[in-house]
Design a binder for this molecule. Structure first.
Ligand SMILES: [Zn+2]
Length: 485
């Protein structure tokens, strides 16, 4: 699709948006029978002449008919497609991905040097299908040949099957004189918060850039194009390159490069459905200034985190500590006073400080903490002689400690927001399970937290609990031994 075409799409946006809403409201509000008849009317027109899709229809048929007979009048038509597409609640647990090769048939899309966009789109889509099927997904392509299919028909097909994700593949063209413009752009409808469009689009964008090394262009949250706006499942549209750029155009016709594009898209889908896990942990709070800012961002992003609290600040700001608990985050104990010399002097001095903090948290929040984190981590420069004994005693008392395996390094040399984001990215090392260290006493951490969360679409962020296998630094073999950490 060209930049101009997008403008046209946008100018029609108001109308389409309204029509779209009427359609959605209709689907939601009307009774089962009405809904089914209206779906069938449109879907049967778009019935795919595709053996695989028809096979899927057949597979679904038995269960669907059963449900139909309980809730709806008999259909007025005996058409096979009609019956097969009618009811969709016998949904397989294997995600169904619609990979939509843009344009087709009389609609060429944009043009490169003797290259039609519709052909590149289809070639890449077929490769994505292969990759996704290797990964165990069900995949549907609205077209598998060079045929014309209206956008509305593609969307209705995906909606009728209750597909789990929709990715439309396109190529770009720059309509100015500059032939050097190149790279990948991805679009999604950011105005629709009911679908997880942003995370899908971010992953497709990020992984495809990673696999191809292509120039990273924008991730646009403003696409309510037909395919991204009318779909009922998470959707995005990726433009994998510029046909107006002769070199990129040539690359895009190369099978090896197309494979890289396909691998990136498939990897993005895979991470969308099988995310890695990140535990975001905040130490040293509650703070007067920044803990509440951090809680606001977490609330907006619907993310739960873990706070290892300092007892003396809990006594100072009990209402902030209470808010942490009330909003569903995990509370653990950090210490009562953040003074390494006193804490690690002996097992007794550690325990005395710990219980003081424990009581402060209990009084302010009602939480009986199960988790704790050692100031400086379980093994640090101040506790070489005592850490093994303290760990032994705390474990015997039933408490679980968490160190970390990634860090914002937000208390080291007062880094700016950009540096904090870079530190976070550099320290996750693609691990499947990340325990990220952060501090809710640091202004820049509060400032960049939203971007930080957006930066990791491949991770699902969760709060810690006592059932999670902890991340520990390696304890020295005997008191006084050196540690790598
Ligand atoms: Zn600390």
């Amino acid at each position: 699709m060209s930049t101009k075409a997008k403008e046209n799409e946008k100018s029609k946006r108001g109308h389409r948006y309204q029509r779209n809403w009427f359609r959605h409201i209709g689907i939601v509000l009307f009774s089962g029978a009405v809904c089914i008849f209206s779906c069938v009317a449109t879907i049967s027109m778009a019935a795919p002449e595709n053996p695989e899709i028809e096979a899927m229809m057949e597979e679904k048929k038995a269960g669907e008919q059963e449900v139909l007979s309980e809730t709806d009048p008999a259909p007025s038509s005996g058409s096979k497609n009609y019956e097969a597409l009618m009811v969709k609640d016998e949904k397989s647990s294997i995600p169904l991905i619609v990979i939509d090769p843009g344009h087709g048939g009389e609609d060429d899309g944009c043009l490169g040097d003797g290259v039609f966009e519709k052909d590149i789109n289809l070639q890449i889509a077929l490769l994505v299908k292969e990759r996704l099927e290797e990964k165990g997904f069900r995949v549907m392509l609205p077209r598998e040949t060079d045929e014309y299919l209206a956008k509305e028909e593609r969307v209705e097909l995906a909606n009728s099957y209750q597909a789990d994700a929709y990715i439309s593949i396109h190529q770009n063209t720059y309509e100015g004189s500059d032939k050097s413009v190149s790279g990948i752009e991805t679009w999604y409808d950011g105005s629709d918060n009911t679908r997880d469009n942003q995370r899908l689009a971010s992953l497709i964008h990020k992984e495809t850039i990673k696999s191809t090394g292509a120039n990273e262009r924008e991730l646009w949250p403003i696409a309510d194009f037909c395919v991204t706006g009318k779909t009922l499942m998470p959707a995005c549209l990726i433009e994998t390159g510029f046909l107006s750029n002769p070199e990129e155009c040539k690359r895009l016709t190369d099978k090896e490069y197309q494979n890289k594009v396909a691998e990136g898209i498939a990897q993005g889908v895979d991470l969308y459905f099988h995310p890695k896990t990140m535990y975001l942990t905040f130490d040293d709070g509650p703070s007067k200034e920044y803990t509440e800012q951090i809680l606001d961002v977490l609330k907006e992003k619907d993310v739960k985190a873990t706070f290892f609290l300092i007892g003396e600040y809990v006594e100072k700001y009990p209402q902030v500590a209470k808010r942490i608990a009330d909003e569903g985050h995990t509370i653990g104990i950090h210490c009562y006073r953040h003074d390494y010399d006193i804490l690690y002097e002996s097992v007794e001095s550690y325990l005395e400080d710990f219980w003081k903090a424990y009581d402060a948290v209990l009084v302010a929040t009602g939480v009986e903490a199960e988790l704790f984190r050692f100031p400086g981590g379980s093994v640090n420069a101040y506790n070489k002689d005592t850490c093994a004994d303290i760990v032994k005693e705390m474990t015997a008392q039933g408490f679980i400690y968490f160190d970390w395996n990634a860090s914002l390094d937000d208390t080291v040399k007062n880094p700016g927001p950009a540096q904090i984001l870079a530190n976070a990215a550099a320290s996750t090392l693609d691990r499947k399970k990340v325990v990220m260290l952060a501090h809710d006493r640091v202004e820049n951490t509060a400032l960049c937290l939203g971007d930080l969360i957006d930066q990791f679409p491949e991770y699902q962020i969760k709060p810690l609990n006592a059932k999670i296998e902890p991340v520990h630094f390696r304890l020295p073999a005997h008191p006084g031994a050196n540690s790598e950490n």
